[in-house]
Design a protein around this ligand. Structure first.
Ligand code: NCD
Ligand code: ZN
Length: 346
């Protein structure tokens, strides 16, 4: 018997669309299933001012496949020279939905990120006043901290002190990868939310490193031990309103991943909903998928849920997904969960 599941259309609360030919190549992969997405501002140069966000939004809308019903939710990249008035104006006009904090040097294109948090205190206070959320890449960049510990150390050294200094600020701890991240979110009130990616629900560090290095599983934050993956699945499938989907789908062309110094980023837009249905079904929690992918995010951001619905269908034969998306700037490998997928959204 065919199994189907109809849910409110999902949103992606953390997405990299890039620009130009890459944007054109990957955007159709998101708009197929998702109603909205929080668009990351780490372009080169980064989207730091309202005027740049407006232009970037225009380029995304221009690249939209015909007939698509998709709203990009824009963000600004926080720097030590960000102007609080510019942020407030971009928020008041409805242009931006969040501001993104990258610790300087934490990940791809994060050189303009924040090193001295005193310098952004004024902007953060203003954001708290106007109810504009801060999305945080939660890893320290101290070279003496092991890459597998950088999220846990960030909570103690940066995130918790920052939240104490601006208690009313709404914060999203993005792409959490550890049991420590889950525990911290659960210990706080509803002003702190967290996104979880598709791939961190599926792969651990063995998948990345055992039997040969797998560049297409390399992302930041890096995948952790299995016990952490299990904690993430428990959080995502619990239905707790503080956890929601942010794929962190981050396209890089194959030559830049399959390299002596490969870029960080997993591209999962194409098959995320199939992967999630698999994970939630395995956890006996298909009834919680809608909360994680479609309801908890809008509730945190104070936005309405999508009015459209999507239907997931489970078929007996594995669903065929393309191995790569072809773009004018090269092929982008689609996330391989490592098991056959039986759920489809078409
Ligand atoms: C992202 C990218 O490629 O822009 N990479 C990643 O591994 N997640 C940057 C980021 O969000 O960390
Ligand atoms: Zn990201």
């Amino acid at each position: 018997m065919t199994q189907t599941l109809t849910i409110t259309s999902p949103d992606d609360w953390h997405l990299h669309l890039r620009d130009g030919a890459m944007l054109k190549g990957v955007l159709p992969e998101t708009v197929r299933d998702f109603g909205r997405a929080i668009i990351m501002p780490n372009l080169v140069p980064p989207v730091v001012a309202g005027a740049q966000a407006a232009e970037y939004r225009g380029r995304i809308l221009a690249a939209m496949p015909s007939g698509a019903d998709f709203t990009p939710l824009m963000t600004l990249y926080l720097t030590e020279t960000t102007d609080a008035d510019d942020v407030a104006a971009a928020h008041a006009s409805g242009l931006i939905t969040a501001v993104k904090l990258y610790p300087a040097g934490a990940t791809t294109n994060s050189d303009s990120g924040v090193a001295n948090f005193d310098k952004v205190q004024g902007v953060l206070e203003r954001m708290a006043e106007i109810g504009l959320p801060l999305c945080v890449h939660g890893e320290v960049t101290d070279p003496s901290v092991d890459i597998f510990d950088r999220e846990a150390v960030f909570i103690d050294r940066v995130l918790d002190p920052l939240r104490r200094r601006v208690p009313d600020l709404k914060v999203v701890m993005e792409h959490i990868t550890t049991a420590d991240g889950v525990a911290y979110v659960l210990s706080q009130d509803e002003r702190l939310g967290a996104t979880i990616t598709t791939h961190h629900l599926i792969i651990n560090r063995n998948d990345l490193l055992v039997g040969g290095i797998k560049p297409h599983y390399y992302c930041l934050p890096i995948a952790k031990r299995e016990e952490h993956r299990v904690a993430l699945v428990e959080a995502a499938t619990s239905g707790d309103a503080r956890f929601f989907l942010g794929t962190d789908s981050a396209p890089h062309s194959d030559p830049t991943k399959e390299s002596a110094c490969g870029c960080a980023g997993v591209f999962s837009s194409t098959n995320t909903m199939s992967c999630l249905a698999h994970v939630f079904e395995n956890a006996n929690a298909l009834d919680k998928l809608e909360r994680f992918a479609s309801l908890n995010g809008p509730a945190f951001y104070g936005l309405p849920t999508n009015s459209s619905k999507i239907t997931l269908i489970k078929q007996a034969d594995p669903v065929g997904f393309p191995e790569k998306i072809h773009t004018e700037v090269g092929d982008v490998t689609v996330f391989d969960p490592g098991f056959p997928l039986h759920w489809t959204t078409s």
